[in-house]
Design a protein around this ligand. Structure first.
Ligand SMILES: [Zn+2]
Ligand SMILES: [Zn+2]
Length: 109
C-alpha cells in the first residue's frame, strides 16, 4: 500500500509503515511520520502487515566514535563492536543485555 509523505523536502510515495508504539505512519524514504493518516488507513496497514519492525533494530544501534554516527553492533565476548568499522562501542550493561537478547532472537549467522 503506497502512501504519500507529507514531510517537506520528501513528499515521496513509499510503502510507509505503521509504528504501533507511537501510532504513527512512518515514511520509508525519510523516516518521518506522515500526517493525516486516518484510523481506517492505519487499520488497513496493520491488516496487510505493513508494520514497522525495524524499531527494535534501530534501538540496538549505538553511536560509533569512529564513524561518528549510529551503527548496528555485533557482540564479541562481552563487548559490542561497530559492524562497519569494528570499533568497540561504549554501551551500558542494560543495552548489552538487550542487544544480546535481540541477536539471539534473530538467530545466529
Ligand atoms: Zn518522507
Ligand atoms: Zn564504526
Amino acid at each position: 500500500m503506497l502512501i504519500s509523505c507529507t514531510t517537506k523536502g520528501c513528499l515521496k510515495t513509499s510503502e510507509a509503515k505503521l509504528d504501533r508504539s507511537s501510532d504513527e505512519v512512518i515514511c520509508e524514504e525519510c523516516g518521518n511520520p506522515i500526517l493525516g493518516i486516518t484510523p481506517f488507513m492505519k487499520k488497513s496497514l496493520q491488516s496487510v502487515g505493513q508494520v514497522l519492525r525495524s524499531k527494535t533494530k534501530e534501538a540496538f544501534q549505538a553511536l560509533c566514535k569512529n564513524c561518528n554516527t549510529n551503527r548496528p553492533l555485533y557482540l564479541k565476548g562481552k563487548k559490542a563492536y561497530c559492524k562497519m568499522c569494528n570499533t568497540q562501542a561504549m554501551v551500558s550493561d542494560a543495552f548489552m543485555n538487550g542487544l544480546k537478547a535481540y541477536l539471539d532472537s534473530q538467530g545466529k549467522e
